[in-house]
Design a protein around this ligand. Structure first.
Ligand SMILES: CC(C)(COP(=O)(O)OP(=O)(O)OC[C@H]1O[C@@H](n2cnc3c(N)ncnc32)[C@H](O)[C@@H]1OP(=O)(O)O)[C@@H](O)C(=O)NCCC(=O)NCCS
Length: 147
């Protein structure tokens, strides 16, 4: 199992996972647009040519917003999510992006636990942020010196 940067050729597999997991999935064009942005970084975890999970971040100066985190349903609860976020944090640290932010559905207990284990703390709530179904977003940040 390796972690590497996402490439346009990964998008067929990424889209299959994205459309399975999310009620409002990103489009292929959305991923492609972000992949081409110099201030974005997307990682995949791959095993023998199969994409098992991916995550993405968009950066501004020393801060980053995590835009995507997903693990293929049949490979969840094996530590892949943890591996992805730890790899993303390491990569961001190496380029001086030290503060990371994200939003997560309030009911998404396993994602919230994963982020807490990686040093993220709750720091706000965005009412009715998500649709289909309507739900509040919990805002979480990982701030140096506060982990
Ligand atoms: C949230 C998500 C990314 C987590 O990915 P994951 O690979 O399952 O995460 P991990 O395996 O690292 O950790 C998840 C759980 O598995 C457990 N786990 C890890 N390795 C394990 C193992 N070998 N055996 C049993 N359980 C294990 C962890 O303890 C953790 O348990 P907990 O949630 O009860 O605390 C994944 O569930 C997912 O893709 N969900 C749908 C999309 C989503 O919600 N994305 C986040 C949007 S903000």
């Amino acid at each position: 199992m390796i972690v590497r940067e996402m490439e346009p050729g990964d998008l067929e597999q990424v889209m299959r996972i994205e459309e399975t997991l999310f009620s409002v999935p990103w489009t292929r064009e959305g991923f492609l647009t972000y992949l081409l942005k110099p201030e974005a970084a997307f990682l995949v975890v791959e095993e023998k040519g199969s994409i098992l999970g991916y995550c993405g971040v968009i950066t501004v100066l020393d801060e980053g917003d995590i835009t995507n985190v997903a693990v293929r349903p049949d490979r969840q609860r094996e530590g892949i999510g943890n591996f992805l976020i730890a790899s993303l944090i390491r990569l961001m640290d190496a380029i001086g992006v030290t503060t990371l932010h994200l939003e997560v559905r309030r009911s998404n207990a396993s994602a919230i636990r994963l982020y807490q284990r990686q040093g993220f703390k709750e720091d706000g709530l965005r009412k009715h942020y998500y649709t289909d179904p309507d739900e509040d977003a919990l805002l979480m940040s990982r701030i140096p010196g506060k982990c």
